[in-house]
Design a protein. Structure first.
Length: 97
C-alpha cells in the first residue's frame, strides 16, 4: 500500500502486480484481503482505495471480491481512459475469507 493523491487528498492505495504465470490462482485476492486486514486492524486506517485500468477485468473482480465498491474515476494517464477508483471503508469487523 502507498499514499496516492485523489481529488486533492492523500489516500492509501492498494496495489499489486503479479507475473503472468501467477494469474488465475487467487494470489491477488488473498494478498489484497490480507493487506486490508492489516490496514484496518493494525494500522487503524479509516479507508483504502484501489485504482484500476477500466479494461483490467480480473483486477476489478479482485477489488469487488474483497469488498471494494466503485467510487469514481481518475484521469491519471494522458491519452488513456480514466482509471476506475474503488474504495472500502473500515467496519467494526473485517471478514477473513
Amino acid at each position: 500500500m502507498a499514499a496516492h493523491d485523489y481529488l486533492g487528498k492523500r489516500v492509501i492505495n492498494l496495489g499489486y502486480r503479479f507475473a503472468v504465470e501467477a494469474w488465475g490462482h487467487g494470489y491477488a485476492t488473498e494478498a489484497a484481503q490480507a493487506a486490508l486486514i492489516h490496514a484496518f486492524e493494525n494500522l487503524c486506517l479509516p479507508e483504502v482505495f484501489g485504482l484500476v485500468r477500466p479494461d483490467h477485468e480480473a483486477s476489478i473482480r479482485v477489488l469487488e471480491k474483497i469488498g471494494m465498491c466503485r467510487f469514481g474515476v481518475l484521469d491519471d494517464v494522458p491519452g488513456q481512459a480514466p482509471s476506475v477508483v474503488f474504495r472500502v471503508q473500515r467496519t467494526l469487523s473485517i471478514s477473513r475469507q
